[in-house]
Design a protein around this ligand. Structure first.
Ligand code: KG4
Ligand code: ZN
Length: 335
């Protein structure tokens, strides 16, 4: 079954989002209610606060998305929903809303993996040529995902500890930047120099895994030491040095993976994919590889949104992946 119009839901973290997608590649509407302001003062996402906001926002998002796309329930051929990975209480709100609408209007339900959503947001800019590799970098994930064919996902490398976005947010806190700190650190990094020479973890190791907790500790220790001896460090240089270490490792490991798995396309996806330093460095690296094209998810679709879940739902429907009303949230869902 190939759904013409999909209504999709995303509520795995701190964005409540509902979208209406046509033929898996055209966005008719993509309503995103962000909760950033509520989590800012805590320096990160508070799960209970997130769930409460999702409950308040979800029906409003449904109404807005349908209105903007000018559709009724009769027009909707399938409902796609993120059922993991993510915060269980947050996921449950989207899953429950999607199941309820699917059941009440007798519409097929498609379960979607959040990471597949981030990757398949690339469908809105180009046709994906397989085999493809995706570098997914977000607040919760840092993964290299190999796709030999459509709908087939295999993680070939991942972070052993912190996700790249998580490291950005923690480092940002030391620099006095509100959550989520990524965009501001990125901006500062453009103005400084790489003077601190922070560690590039696991760069020499023969695998495609990452580690960012050592870098985070080195950053914190450097600041702590400076504070103790009353020295003022250049904030932009700190940001540049941190970002250079993150980007170097991400680009190096991706290049290494491309040597072992030559693919037609490399997809850069996830919240941190909006990072200017990373986009430029990866672009330069891929320019050297004639056979691989770099596909960058557009900035406005890098962060969590339901449009990407609709795109992934379309692909899952092609593979005949559907769920019943017994679908449950799975916070640690794997491919
Ligand atoms: O994909 P996303 O919206 O949510 C998760 O699934 O985690 O990613 C959010 C993360 C946050 O950690 C945020 O600081 C980071 O993406 N981020 C960035 C940039 N824009 C957002 N990190 C670095 N540079 C950016 N420009
Ligand atoms: Zn995400």
């Amino acid at each position: 079954m190939q759904p013409h119009i999909i209504m999709s839901f995303e509520s795995s973290c701190d964005e409540t989002s509902v979208a209406i997608i046509e033929d898996g590649e055209k966005i008719l509407s993509n309503v995103v209610a962000t909760q950033i302001n509520s989590h800012k003062r805590f320096g990160g996402v508070v799960p209970e606060v997130a769930s409460r906001h999702h409950i308040e926002e979800i029906t409003i998002c449904v109404e807005d998305a349908m209105k903007q796309a000018n559709v009724t329930y009769d027009d909707i051929d399938a409902i796609a929903v993120t059922y993991g990975p993510g915060l269980v209480g947050a996921l449950l709100i989207g899953v429950t809303a999607a199941k309820t609408i699917a059941w009440a209007h007798d519409i097929p339900l498609i379960p979607v993996n959040h990471i597949a959503g981030h990757i398949l947001a690339s469908r809105f800019v180009t046709k994906i040529n397989y085999p493809a590799l995706a570098l997914v970098v977000s607040g919760g994930h840092t993964e290299l995902v190999l796709m030999k064919e459509e709908g087939d996902f295999k993680i070939i490398g991942e972070t052993r500890d912190d996700a790249a976005g998580e490291a950005y947010d923690k480092v940002g806190r030391v620099l006095g930047i509100n959550y989520p700190a990524g965009p501001k650190v990125d901006e500062m990094a453009a103005k400084g120099k790489d003077t601190f020479n922070f560690p590039r973890a696991m760069e020499k190791e023969d695998n495609f895994d990452f580690s960012f907790s050592g870098l985070k500790s080195a950053f914190l220790n450097t600041n702590h030491h400076a504070e103790q001896i009353g020295e003022t460090l250049d904030q932009n240089d700190l940001a540049t040095s941190f970002q250079s270490a993150v980007v170097d490792v991400l680009v190096d490991k991706t290049k290494k993976a491309l040597q072992e798995y030559p693919v037609s396309q490399l997809i850069l996806a996830g919240g941190v994919a909006a990072n200017n330093g990373l986009r430029t460095a990866l672009g330069n690296a891929i320019d050297q590889i004639d056979t691989t094209e770099l596909v960058k998810v557009p900035n406005k679709l890098c962060g969590d949104n339901a449009a990407m879940i609709g795109a992934a739902g379309y692909v899952m429907a092609k593979k005949n992946v559907f769920a019943g009303v017994d679908l449950n949230a799975d916070p640690s869902l794997e491919f």
